[in-house]
Design a protein around this ligand. Structure first.
Ligand code: FAD
Length: 395
């Protein structure tokens, strides 16, 4: 079959890989001038196979009014002014119940675990490097209550094969001595030995080269305007560079997906920020999540990537201010882990495509011939392998 993919982020590219593997012809249409210039560009790089919880959880509901009043540094949103954003928020709130959170957590845990073996196979097959490392991961908790809450879901996750375990701070320090240089006191940590890291941008570039060698056509600087349909069946794609005749389309357009096709679970954008800095005076090998601040530290090659925050429904976002806030937190909590005074600091912001449940949409749309692989939220890099494989099985 000849399949057209819209979007050359990590989701579009992994989708293309699994379709190529099955012998299909693939054409990718991308509005930017190269791959991974959207949310996949400078993300946290964490392959969080064992730590991919949904954003919506019971403890978050009581915090929503404070978040709406901008009292929470990590999550921000304006009171939704459109029907679409209000609908998203209502559905998000419904996913914060104990029952729905548990269901979503399980589904994400299954998807992310299956990505682990799929990436291992892909690396063997394609010989990719992308600063990949078996880093393992530590999530640190300042409040005992949050640590205990986190421990509640461990046995469920472990029953799926997830190797998360709760450890004391002394144990965490013996695994990663850099923790003793942090300025906060911690109640405990969750350790995931099998978590990995890798640079998504490098991965996308390496995969693009393989895809081109294996017959995939890329059309860059080509913006999809609309999908053409007759009697609820797709017959082509209208773009600013002309018409593409096709009956098989997969929309992998990240946070812009809804502009092209209506997704069964609405996708909004959760803007996040990153800093890429030279290493500091203390080495970091394990990837770190500061759960209280929702800030991640990842070692990617010779650099440190710091990521964090989620801004929803914010009409005017002050990127510079948010990046400075991220820098201030990182420097305050982990002054030795990066060189914050360097002139070689790169900053970036990107829009995560987020559904109310945090579960991505992977499957057919209402229009015959049009499929969606989008809405991967906070863990699109991690989930890309499992979701690329799943969507390829429709063809
Ligand atoms: C700060 C931050 C940190 C993160 N950290 C991690 C992490 O540590 N681990 C992890 O697993 N995930 C992480 N993520 C999440 C992950 O980066 C995203 O979920 C993932 O990149 C989404 O990929 P995508 O391909 O769906 O979207 P994108 O990368 O945004 O790709 C979509 C593409 O579609 C194109 N497109 C859109 N509309 C059109 C159109 N009309 N015509 C043509 N092309 C179009 C866009 O130009 C874009 O290139 C992080 C995200 C952010 C922002």
């Amino acid at each position: 079959m000849h399949i057209h993919i819209i979007g050359a982020g990590v989701i579009g590219l992994t989708t293309a890989y699994y379709l190529c593997e099955k012998g299909h012809k693939v054409t990718i249409i991308e509005q930017e001038s190269n791959v991974a210039l959207g949310a996949s560009f400078a993300n946290g790089g964490q392959l969080s196979y064992c730590f991919s919880d949904p954003l919506g959880k019971p403890g978050l509901l009581p915090k929503l009014p404070g978040i709406a009043l901008n009292r929470d540094l990590a999550i921000r949103f304006n009171i939704p002014s459109s029907y679409e954003s209000l609908r998203w928020l209502m559905r998000f709130a419904a996913n914060c119940t104990e029952k729905n959170h548990g269901k979503n957590q399980l589904q994400l845990a299954k998807l992310s675990l299956s990505s682990m073996s799929l990436l291992a196979k892909m690396r063997d097959h394609l010989n990719l490097t992308f600063d990949h490392q078996k880093s393992s991961k530590l999530a640190l908790f300042e409040k005992k209550k949050d640590f205990i809450n986190e421990m509640k879901s461990l046995s469920l996750k472990q029953s799926l094969g997830n190797d998360n375990k709760a450890i004391s701070i002394q144990e965490a320090e013996s695994l990663e001595p850099a923790i003793s240089n942090l300025t906060k006191q911690y109640a405990g940590a969750i350790y995931s030995e099998s978590d990995e890291v890798g640079d998504t941008l490098l991965f996308c570039k390496e995969l693009k080269d393989w895809l081109i060698k294996n017959g995939t056509d890329f059309h860059f600087e080509t913006q999809v305007i609309e999908l053409m349909k007759k009697n609820s069946k797709c017959y082509g794609i209208n773009t600013n560079k002309g018409f593409f005749e096709t009956e098989n389309v997969i929309v992998c357009a990240g946070s812009l997906t809804e502009k092209i096709v209506q997704s069964p679970s609405p996708i909004t954008s959760a803007r996040g920020y990153s800093l890429t800095l030279p290493k500091g005076s203390v080495d970091l090998d394990v990837s770190l999540t500061l759960s209280d601040q929702r800030v991640l530290f990842t070692k990617l090659g010779e650099k440190i990537r710091v990521t964090g925050f989620a801004d929803l429904f914010c009409k005017e976002v002050d990127d510079d201010k948010r990046i400075q806030e991220l820098m201030d937190i990182a420097q305050d909590v982990a002054p030795e882990l990066a060189d914050y005074d360097s002139s070689k600091i790169d900053s970036w912001s990107g829009d995560r495509p987020l559904t109310p449940s945090s579960i991505p949409c992977i499957g057919p749309s209402k229009t015959e011939g049009v499929f969606i692989n989008s809405g991967h939220g906070f863990y699109g890099w991690t989930l890309s392998f499992a979701s690329g494989k799943i969507i390829s099985n429709y063809f």
